[in-house]
Ligand binder design. Sequence first.
Ligand SMILES: *Cc1c(COP(=O)(O)O)cnc(C)c1O
Length: 337
Amino acid sequence: MKKIDWDTLTFDITPAEKMFISHNRDGKWDKGSIVSYGTVPVYPSAVVLNYGQGIFEGMKAYRRKDSSIAMFRPFDNAKRLNSGCKRLHMPPLDERFFVESITNLILENKEYVPPYGKGDLYIRPVLFGSGQMLGVQPANEYTFVIFMSPVGPYFKAGFSGVKIEIRDDFHRAPLYGTGNVKAVGNYATSLYPRSLSKDRGYDEVLYLDARNSLYVEEVGAANFFMLKEGVLSTPKLGGSILPGVTRDSVLTIASKVFGLQIQERDIRYDELFSAYELFCTGTATVLTPILTVGYKDKKYKIGDGKPGKTTKEIYDELKGIQLGDREDRFGWVYKVD
Ligand SMILES: *Cc1c(COP(=O)(O)O)cnc(C)c1O
């Protein structure tokens, strides 16, 4: 293993030595194998390359204070992957097979799990149509791979907060499209809008709903939360929003641990301008405070320009549960070793 500087980790790929690969031929998944990280050959006529029949997941393995390794709600990722398989007409995976394949691979890549407090091992399962087709048809062969990489914070600024720009000239996902699953094709379309917002000094794009360009959907590839007058609100799920595991955990922690009133509803973009606290959530981003919101040529500062108190409390509780420093009262922790 080559030496990794745990203190300078960012959200970049530093592939762990081993990956997992399994194939589905004749309608059945084989038991798969653990091999050295490397290329996966596909034909130019593979359905994933031509028609985007592919899906992924994003998870983490955490090094806890006692040096043991744990995952967080991995069966929720298995279920979400399978709902994506259904939407993209791909064969689902057995949930136990999914979680056990990941567990076995983590054990093989153990030394890539950063030390407690230095970062996490990011886990990326990908499932795609590797069979050849000319017309738009489902593939007759599928590949499931898992690779892993130690990572640090997703946003360079980490917990210190980000600037987002509300855009109504690009949408992320239409209603009844594939916004609620991690379809590979959803993400390529975010690259150009984000580059425009980056050029204007922002870190990410806040997307509005595709029907009205009025209601908040997501911040890049993260779910959105707003605290205002004691109520924590997040856009309600309804087809175009990805049901984040972190989103669900934050809603649970906010109401059950901190007694906050929570609302899943349509949030108009102009409600944000007078919010007390804003943040976005995801496995990679955890909870990231949003301190500036841009809309057209206006900029709105949120709160007092520092990460909010409630944002920090929920972050500490979530991280605490994942790292084993707080009681796992909802049964979310899944021990790996
Ligand atoms: C993965 C993802 C999220 C966050 O989901 P988690 O399960 O919390 O990691 C949010 N939005 C989009 C678009 C995503 O792809």
